[in-house]
Design a protein around this ligand. Structure first.
Ligand SMILES: Nc1ncnc2c1ncn2[C@@H]1O[C@H](COP(=O)(O)OP(=O)(O)OP(=O)(O)O)[C@@H](O)[C@H]1O
Ligand SMILES: [Mg+2]
Length: 258
């Protein structure tokens, strides 16, 4: 298997409203793929189809839909198999900052439980690894360890979510606007750190963002989405130096520092 995800002609609907049209792409091993597009273009919907947590009213259909060797044959897609891989094999950072953090348990205790559940890891090792990764996303690990999520800012929660997903060293990391609550300087630091970790732990990534410059800086390949359709796809260099659609050209023109 040379790719970890292969999707062929994904179409998605909420009730009768179609929001994705014939979406086809692959995610290679160790590859960083970004999906760029304006609000409502369908970025999160593509991710929802992949990690398999969709609203009741959503239906997704595809010719081919493979994630980590798990093939989907039913149409509409029901990816229970993929849901079972969440956490350990597929790390997800959701668009709503901190939505995966349990508000009733101190962050440190949650991390110990997470390591115990997924890897049977003892408390001391969990503390070591956990605090290390928290530090790598520029947080004070001792403070975070003793905190509940309600006492943290949106940006801190976002970084805790990224750190917790990274701690399990997933094969695929899926991130939906992972740094939207952070200012530009911290944003860059975190993305640099994620990129470093991605190299160390043999991880592929899909990142969703409306920020073309950030996508260009971090990813090997990019997809530009407009109104539920792919209007451009290619290596980041190719796409920025030789965009196919007028829409991508406009995005590039509006890109800061370009
Ligand atoms: N649960 C839902 N029920 C009905 N329509 C939905 C639902 N979720 C999203 N949509 C619609 O589907 C389309 C795509 O939404 P999606 O959330 O995938 O966009 P997005 O690119 O992630 O946008 P944003 O940048 O604002 O997060 C939009 O028109 C949105 O209004
Ligand atoms: Mg979204």
């Amino acid at each position: 298997m040379t790719y970890l995800i292969k999707i062929d002609e994904l179409n998605m609907f909420y009730k009768k409203k179609q929001v994705l049209y014939d979406i086809s792409f692959e995610l290679g091993k160790k590859e960083i793929l970004s999906i760029v597009g304006e609000s409502g273009s369908g970025k999160s919907s593509i991710l929802r189809a992949i990690y398999g947590i969709m609203p009741q009213t959503a239906r997704a259909y595809a010719n081919k839909f493979e994630v980590l060797g798990e093939s989907i044959f039913s149409n509409p897609i029901k990816n229970k198999g993929i849901r079972n891989m969440l956490g350990k094999k597929i790390g997800v950072v959701f668009q709503e900052p901190g939505s995966t953090i349990n508000p009733n348990i101190k962050i440190g205790k949650q991390i110990i439980q997470m390591f115990g559940y997924n890897f049977n890891l003892d408390k001391d090792s969990s503390i070591d690894i956990g605090k290390n990764v928290l530090e790598s996303v520029k947080l004070d690990p001792d403070f975070i360890w003793e905190s509940y999520s309600y006492s943290l800012s949106g940006g801190m929660k976002q970084r805790v979510s990224i750190a917790m997903a990274l701690m399990l060293k997933p094969d695929i990391m899926i991130m939906d606007e992972p740094t939207s609550a952070l200012d530009a300087t911290v944003q860059k630091k975190i993305m640099d750190e994620i990129k470093k970790l991605h190299k160390e732990i043999d991880m592929s990534m899909i990142m969703v963002t409306h920020n073309l410059a950030m996508a260009y800086n971090i990813s090997d390949r990019m997809i530009v989405l407009k109104d539920g359709k792919i209007v451009d796809m290619g290596t980041s260099k190719e796409l920025v130096s030789n965009p196919k659609s007028d829409y991508t050209k406009k995005l590039i023109k509006d890109m800061p520092r370009f």
